[in-house]
Design a protein around this ligand. Structure first.
Ligand SMILES: O=C(O)CC1=CCC(=O)O1
Length: 260
């Protein structure tokens, strides 16, 4: 597993696919690591050059020593792109990963050839809700909110139909360092890209899971409407993590958009 150091943080990342093919970089959601993309990667590996990473405070990446905002997360991604020598790429961001991707597309448009935003929004949640979540995690760790988060992430059908996978993803969530999780909640609490995303110039595809309880389709669609020319698509039957529940649909959408 390779690691990079830039923007004062060590990030864990992975290259997959075919070197020199069209590029896609993936940014994860809160409480997840890069394994959430594995089934999508399997579908795309023959035809794309793929970059995945654990954002700060998640997976094997370092936890930042001090409070940080979304800008630091997007600077991390720029640093990682520099590290692997990618001047520009299509970026696919899920949830907070989508917020990071939007911020990058606004601040460094030359680095983003195309933008895919999945189950995300210009502003996610309320300060009160984030503060309550931060307090809970700081008091009891991520496991203390595990059941509530899993109920928001996955459809009841997935939980009932794939119990082993469901409990594995729960372990991924609950192993997230409390400090890393809480710092990312603070970054989300303080982020509002409602005004800035109207300046995004990259061709943009916005995807929502039909049954997403965390960033419901109407919220995701409202964000799509603020980005010039953005295309909006709902994946039927998926919850907050379509890359896990509907990887073939996600891969087909990415492939079609990349080649469009
Ligand atoms: O954990 C959740 O409630 C869902 C979520 C919000 C932002 C994110 O990245 O995940």
């Amino acid at each position: 597993m390779p690691f990079s150091r830039s923007n004062d943080i060590v990030l864990s990342y992975r290259r997959a696919g075919r070197r020199g093919a069209p590029r896609i970089a993936f940014a994860n959601s809160l409480g997840s690591d890069m394994a959430i993309w594995d089934d999508v990667i399997d579908e795309l590996a023959a035809d794309f050059d793929l970059l995945l990473y654990d954002k700060r405070g998640h997976g094997l990446s370092e936890v930042a020593p001090a409070p940080r905002g979304i800008r630091d997360h997007s600077d991390d991604l720029i640093g990682l792109l520099d590290h692997v020598g990618w001047q520009d790429t299509m970026i696919c961001g899920l949830s907070v990963g989508g917020v990071i991707a939007m911020d990058l597309a606004v601040r460094a448009p030359a680095r983003v050839t195309r933008l895919v935003l999945m189950d995300t929004a210009a502003k996610i949640g309320t300060p009160d809700a984030w503060n309550a979540r931060i307090d809970a995690v700081q008091d009891g760790g991520v496991a203390s909110i595990g059941e509530a988060i899993m109920a928001r992430w996955f459809s009841p059908d997935y939980r009932a139909g794939q119990p082993e996978a469901f409990s594995a993803w729960r372990r991924m969530l609950e192993r997230t360092p409390a400090a890393g999780y809480a710092e990312t909640c603070k970054a989300l609490r303080d982020a509002d890209l409602t005004d800035t995303i109207t300046g995004i110039t990259a061709p943009t595809l916005v995807i929502a899971g039909e049954n997403d309880l965390s960033t419901p389709p109407a919220l995701v669609e409202a964000t799509a409407h603020r980005i010039p020319g953005a295309i909006f698509h709902i994946i039927k039957g998926a919850g907050h993590l379509p890359c896990i529940e509907r990887p073939a649909d996600v891969a087909a959408l990415l492939r079609g958009f990349a080649n469009g």
